[in-house]
Write a protein that binds this ligand. Sequence first.
Ligand SMILES: [Fe+2]
Ligand SMILES: [Fe+2]
Length: 222
Amino acid sequence: MSQPMTLDRIRKDPSLRTLIDAANQHLAAQGFTDHGPRHARFVSHFAKEILCCLGYPEREVELAAIAGYVHDIGNSISRVNHGVSGACMLFPLLLQMDMPMTDVLVIVTAVGNHDEDIGVITSPITAALVIADKADASRSRVRNGTPEPGDIHDRVNFAIEHNRLTVDSERRVIQHQLEMDSSSSIMEYLTIYMQRIAMCERAARFLGCTFDLSINSHAING
Ligand SMILES: [Fe+2]
Ligand SMILES: [Fe+2]
C-alpha cells in the first residue's frame, strides 16, 4: 500500500542525497554557482511557502516542497535539459519509495518543466517551483566567497546582499526584493535573469498573482 511521501523522508533518502551532491559537483567543475543542498533547501522552502500562503491544500504544499528539494538532480548527468533528465531519473526512484503514481506524476511534471529554456507551466506546483528556483540569487551561491574575474553570474550573485521573497495573498502579489551592492549592477542582473523574470511572471499569472521584482527599491517590472 502506497504511503504519502513527505519531504522529511525525501531528505533522508541516501540515493537522492548522493544525486544532489553529484549534480552540484558536476556544475562546480564547470564554474556554475551553488546547486547543492543549500539551493535544494531554499527552493523547497519557498515553493512550499508560496502555495501555503495562497491557501493550497496541505498535500499540494508538501508536493511542492518535495519537487523543490529534488528539482536539480538532472544536473548530475548534464546541464543541458537537466529538468527532463531529472524527471526521468525521479520517476523510478519515487515509485520505488512507494510514492503513489499520481503524486509521482505531479513531481516529474514540475521538475521536467522548471528550466526557463523549455519549461511550460501547467500546475500550481510547477509554478511555485519555478518562482522559488529563479528567486535564489545571492552572495551565498558564489563558491569560494568571491566572484571570478569576468564571470557575470558570480559577479551578480556576489553583489546581492539581501534577497526577500514574500506573498501577499490579499493583493495576490508575489514580491521579490533584492538589494545589490555596487560590485555589479541592475543592468547585469537583467542581462542574465531576463528570461527567468519572464518565466516567474508567467508562473505568478498561473497562480492568479502578479510577480513584482524590485532591486534596491526600484520597481523593475509590473
Ligand atoms: Fe535547474
Ligand atoms: Fe535550481
